[in-house]
Design a protein around this ligand. Structure first.
Ligand SMILES: Nc1ncnc2c1ncn2[C@@H]1O[C@H](COP(=O)(O)OP(=O)(O)O)[C@@H](O)[C@H]1O
Ligand SMILES: [Mg+2]
Length: 376
């Protein structure tokens, strides 16, 4: 799959722009704050019906403008496809595929698979467990519908159980029978979630390690451990053990909603002992493993967006990464960099097809090879 053309009107700092892309590599260059990441975000919108960065749709409309429009022409499984996303201030978002409006945006997600690698991924290392659970859940739900249903049911039961614990607290009463009704369901869904996550992480880790080695040149040993109290107890025993605490705090203190992943480098925690470059390589390998999974499941090669790729990576790792992503396993790429010639130089010597775009203050234009300065 690839995006042939992107047109935007009043999107972030772009008043009006139309770009025709290479079906292989697209380098998006320009100084800080000019609008490179905004191009990636417009492409992200067309796959996920929302911004990667700003969940408030109307804040993505150009200041003072009444609406934005993003349109993309794709080539997908031998067919041309037109995707349209329009938003007027204070109105419902309009999303269309081949001129036909979606009634549910969820029906669109996954049809035009895309993986974004961004400096914002660092939250997977620095933030709490929720961002890591969101990451693995987002990969699993792509291929396991039953898992999605278990997750939704689990969350529903969890909030009922929490409401009951709160009610017990308020009324200074307790009724084990009433709580058990929710416990039985929480155990049923929680054990399913645990088994699925465990199985998934087992197969994901080896793919992830393969990518880490390819980027780093095999300097370090990296690992991902699934942290869950269910590694040691059954869910039933866990609830028994935590009951006094749950009653005290008036909510369910442990369970699938608290599971976490531990990232390690040479057996030590990555967050404390990994250098910035090692952490960045770790995050890229995680995302490339996600790419690999999506590609196998959907049988469509996702679009890959790589934002600010030189951020925290040395030249050698970027070179190794670029060699990897221009290989046959990958498809269309969009890569941003502040330097005009650094990425084109890498692709020029490799003799691959690429286009270069220059972004300046919300104006984007293609730079032909001949116009690029010669670097020695
Ligand atoms: N709704 C908006 N209207 C106008 N400008 C915006 C809007 N949202 C973001 N911007 C501008 O976009 C610019 C940042 O663009 P970005 O793509 O992140 O830059 P970079 O080239 O560094 O990746 C900033 O100047 C910011 O003010
Ligand atoms: Mg940027």
């Amino acid at each position: 799959m690839y995006l042939k053309k992107l047109s935007v009107l009043n999107f972030k700092n772009y008043a009006e722009t139309e770009l025709e892309f290479s079906n292989h590599i697209n380098c998006i260059t320009g100084n800080n704050g000019q609008g490179k990441t905004n191009v990636l975000d417009a492409i992200y919108y067309l796959s996920f019906c929302k911004s990667f960065f700003n969940p408030n749709d109307s804040q993505n409309i150009l200041h003072e403008a009444p609406f934005f429009l993003i349109q993309g022409s794709y080539h997908l499984q031998e067919k041309d496809e037109e995707i349209y996303c329009g938003l007027k201030r204070n109105q419902k978002k309009l999303f269309k595929r081949n001129k036909k409006e979606y009634s549910r945006l969820a029906d669109h997600i996954g049809l035009f698979p895309l993986v974004m690698i961004s400096p914002a991924d660092s939250e997977l290392i620095t933030e709490g467990s929720e961002s890591r659970r969101r990451f693995i859940d987002s990969v699993i739900v792509q291929f396991d519908r039953e898992y999605l249903e278990s997750l939704m049911s689990y969350n529903k039961v969890l909030s009922q159980r929490n409401a009951l614990l709160k009610q017990f607290g308020n009324s200074r009463s307790f009724e084990m029978n009433a709580l058990e009704i929710w416990d039985i369901k929480l155990i049923e869904y929680g054990e399913k979630i645990y088994e699925t996550r465990k199985k998934f992480i087992n197969s994901f880790v080896s793919i992830f390690q393969k990518y880490y080695t390819l980027i780093s040149g095999g300097c370090e040993q990296v690992g991902i451990k699934y942290l869950s109290p269910l590694n040691e107890h059954s869910f039933e025993d866990l609830l028994k053990k935590t009951l006094p605490r749950d009653r005290n705090f008036e909510y369910t203190t442990q369970g699938s909603h608290k599971d976490d992943l531990e990232f390690t480098i040479n057996e030590y925690p990555l967050k404390k002992y990994g250098s910035q470059g090692q952490q960045k390589s770790f995050l890229i390998a995680l995302k490339l493993a996600q790419f690999d999974f999506m590609k196998n499941i959907k049988q469509i090669t996702p679009i890959l967006l790589l934002d600010d790729i030189y951020d925290k990576l040395d030249d050698l790792r970027v070179k190794q990464l670029m060699e990897l992503v221009r290989s046959d396993n990958f498809g269309q790429l969009f890569i941003t960099d502040t330097h005009l010639t650094r990425l084109p130089d890498l692709f020029k010597t490799a003799g691959v097809d690429f286009k270069v775009f220059m972004i300046s203050n919300g104006n984007a234009s293609e730079t032909k090879m001949l116009q690029l300065p010669i670097t020695i």
